[in-house]
Design a protein around this ligand. Structure first.
Ligand SMILES: [Zn+2]
Length: 272
């Protein structure tokens, strides 16, 4: 069976008395029994030659898995080439920074439809993915939380069949919110994993990058993240499906409780 790691997005909360940096956060997460951390480069790339040695040491000592979430200011379907170029530069900068800490995953949201049909937006995103650096990095296109944002499971899986340096990041909460509460039961989660396996092969399920969280939403999609237990997100059905499909990789908990929800998921999964 493939191993599934459980982790958090960003720095842990701890007891609230002391603020963590990446290195101390990594040590703390490993100490409480978690396996992974996704570093948020969402407003700026905050790993550099300055803090990388400490992060690297903490990572090696603890065995914690590191990935990064790229900038929010990316739109590979922007109308203006200068904006598309800026987006590619932001992703390339994130790729350089993850390599400093011996990591290779950069998760990101590919962009917006801007009124276009899926096929047209997909062609533009694809053209720009081809221009990203491909050495030593895996760009994980995340399934998005709003119908205006490019990124269904189908669209992203199709792009991953074309670009060897791209992977899918399944954000289950986003899929749930994008379609106004679509993931109700086991069959809904299973259908996603079936699609990934069919399009991208067994290896994609053995090494899948995923996000999960409680979420609130409207007809327009995602509003905000919530603690798992305070939302209608059916994490029990998700975990059952992950177990049945023998999914390996990383499940990153996002949301206000940070490590609290990651531990909840890991414990619930272990009890299955
Ligand atoms: Zn994201």
């Amino acid at each position: 069976m493939e191993k599934l790691l459980f982790g958090v997005s960003g720095l842990p909360l701890g007891d609230g008395k002391k603020k963590f940096n990446y290195a101390t956060g990594i040590e703390y997460l490993a100490r409480i029994g978690l396996d992974a951390m996704e570093m948020p480069f969402v407003r700026s790339v905050n790993v550099s030659e300055k803090n990388a040695p400490d992060i690297l040491r903490a990572k090696r000592d603890s065995g914690l898995y590191l990935s990064a979430h790229g900038s929010y200011y990316v739109n590979l379907n922007a109308g203006d080439e200068a904006l598309r170029e800026k987006s590619r530069e932001r992703l390339a900068a994130a790729a350089r920074a993850v390599r400093l800490v011996d990591a290779d995953i950069v998760v990101f949201h590919a962009g917006y439809y801007l009124g276009q049909e899926s096929a047209q937006a997909m062609a533009a995103v694809s053209e720009n993915l081809a221009l990203l650096p491909s050495e030593g990095v895996r760009f994980c296109l995340e399934t998005t939380g709003k119908p205006t944002q490019f990124g269904t499971v189908q669209e992203i899986a199709a792009l991953c069949t074309i670009h060897p340096h791209c992977r899918i990041c399944i954000d289950f909460a986003h899929i749930h919110a994008r379609d106004n509460g679509a993931l109700r039961g086991y069959a809904d989660f299973a259908a996603i994993l079936e699609h990934v396996g069919r399009e991208l092969g067994r290896s994609a399920l053995d090494d899948l990058h995923m996000h999960a969280a409680g979420i609130s939403y409207t007809a327009k999609g995602e509003r905000c993240h919530l603690p798992l237990r305070e939302s209608d997100f059916n994490y029990a059905a998700m975990l059952r499906a992950l177990k049945d499909f023998r999914v390996g990789g990383r499940l990153i908990a996002e949301g206000p409780l940070v490590e609290g929800d990651a531990l909840l998921l890991k414990e619930a999964y272990r009890r299955l």
